[in-house]
Design a protein around this ligand. Structure first.
Ligand code: HEM
Length: 437
């Protein structure tokens, strides 16, 4: 068959529904229209599938099968690796490789633990939202990884400029090119561009300071990029790469951590088993290899997909379930549908870390929280390490009272999916053997 599979009518309605419920919307569309179904988005047609075999096939296609999916590009910068294709994309990924290969190198693991410890201690004994703690924590971690040691004043400046950028960059503005008109400083897109420029100046300052001091190094990623990078790419490209890593690595890990806190502290049996495993272990290299801690993080990412859809724009025709899709079509791999496939994940609605401990490789092979193939998440190892080290600090030292015992709904927030309401809670010093055990 040629043309496009059926799907919901209208442009903004389905997109708004997806933003309100990024997991449930795909389930509802599939029930109504079958798999695959087409979403008609402003400026693009996305053919969405949750079929395991198709997902595996699409993710294993070579780079030449796709062209870049130019989303959020204005904000990221023209040399950002998510905007690059082919050899330039592969080269940009290689530059960031040190972080991918070993997020704990040097004293990075201890640094993450220290940041987590301080963040939790400063928030103790008052009502807070886990998402706010997690964002502060992941912002500091990613800034240190990318920019190097950073003083608190610069951190606050960056956090302020970055928060302004995010609060203005609503989902629709980011993802709908047709809305991206800069009509001056008061227009929505004009404000985003100016907020982006403010963030950019802070990154440029850090690069300039590092260059001028000759000694003060940039963080591991930027340093490596500066040394190994293509000299034709220069400072501007470095700035765009750094901004991409900051953006991609900050909100995603924060939402994952917020979910993790809710899942662990809403279930006494899970909490007790996890404490049994992490108590007495403080060495980052050992913590990240603990089985149950690992299974908890993987199950959180399965049940609560942070990036709910993985997009690939076709450069060549592709056949999917009898439909021949033309070049230019965007294939959407639905993470929510993949992660609720009953064949791979029986009783998929339940939080069950044990499914990753059974020795059966199916859950591991079928879960795609970090995408896959040529564009798989560059920071997967760092994201997982942050989740594990921060969670270990949290359960070891704190009892947590959740503000709401009902599992939060999924919402699209800052262009990723997270728990609606941000998980309100209060931290109290842990009573050994007490109520939180
Ligand atoms: C738990 C945390 C995280 C989750 C769930 C997550 C998820 C994802 C997903 C689903 C993608 C799309 C992959 C694809 O298209 O196949 C992605 C891409 C990406 N992520 Fe992450 N991510 C996380 C943390 C991070 C961190 C910490 C960093 C940075 C250090 C990072 C950097 C990136 C980059 C640069 C890309 C684009 C890769 C490319 O286009 O080549 N992510 N991530």
């Amino acid at each position: 068959m040629t043309g496009l599979p059926p799907g919901p009518r209208g442009l903004l309605g389905p997109l708004a529904r997806f933003a309100r419920d990024p997991v449930g919307a795909h389930q509802a569309f599939r029930e109504r229209y079958g798999d695959p179904f087409t979403l008609r988005l402003p400026g693009m047609r996305m053919v969405v599938t949750g079929d395991a075999a198709t997902i595996r096939r699409v993710l294993s296609l070579p780079a030449e099968a796709f062209t870049v999916l130019d989303i959020g590009s204005e904000v990221m910068g023209e040399y950002a690796l998510i905007r690059l294709d082919g050899p330039a994309h592969a080269a940009a990924r290689r530059q960031a490789a040190p972080l991918v290969m070993n997020p704990l190198r040097g004293d990075n693991g201890r640094v993450i633990q220290d940041i987590a410890r301080r963040t939790f201690a400063e928030a103790a004994r008052r009502p807070v939202r886990m998402i706010d703690l997690a964002k502060a924590l992941t912002l500091e971690v990613i800034l240190r990884s990318v920019l190097g040691p950073i003083d608190r004043e610069a951190l606050h400046r960056f956090a302020g400029a970055y928060a302004a950028l995010q609060s203005r960059a609503s989902f629709l503005l980011h993802f709908v090119p047709a809305l991206q008109w800069d009509l001056g400083p008061w227009s929505p897109w004009g404000r985003i561009r100016r907020a982006r420029a403010a963030v950019d100046r802070i990154i440029a300052d850090a690069i300039a300071r590092a260059a001028a001091s000759g000694e003060e190094p940039l963080g591991p990623i930027a340093r490596e990029a500066a040394v190994a990078g293509d000299p034709a790419l220069g400072t501007e490209a470095l700035r765009h790469q750094m901004f991409t890593l900051l953006s991609a690595g900050h909100a995603s890990t924060a939402q994952a951590l917020a979910w993790t806190a809710w899942q662990v502290f809403s279930d006494r049996a899970v909490l007790a088993r996890l404490r049994g495993e992490v108590d007495g272990t403080n060495e980052p290299g050992r913590l990240v290899r603990l089985d149950y801690l690992d299974a908890i993080c993987r199950e959180v990412l399965r049940l609560h997909p942070i990036g709910p859809v993985i997009g690939r724009k076709l450069a060549l025709p592709l056949e999917i379930s009898g439909w021949t899709l033309a070049p230019g079509t965007v294939v959407g791999l639905s993470v929510g549908l993949a992660h609720t496939d009953p064949q791979a994940f029986p009783d998929a609605g339940r939080f069950q870390p044990e499914r990753f401990l059974s020795g059966d490789r199916t859950p591991q092979d079928r879960a795609i929280p970090f995408g896959g193939g040529v564009r798989h998440c560059l920071g997967a190892n760092l994201g997982l390490a942050e989740m594990k080290l921060a969670l270990a600090e949290l359960v070891r030292d704190w009892d947590v009272q959740l503000g709401d015992a009902t599992r939060p709904a999924h919402r699209l927030i800052d262009a990723v999916a997270g728990p609606a309401g941000g998980v309100p809670l209060q931290l109290e010093p842990r009573q050994q053997g007490g109520a939180g055990q």
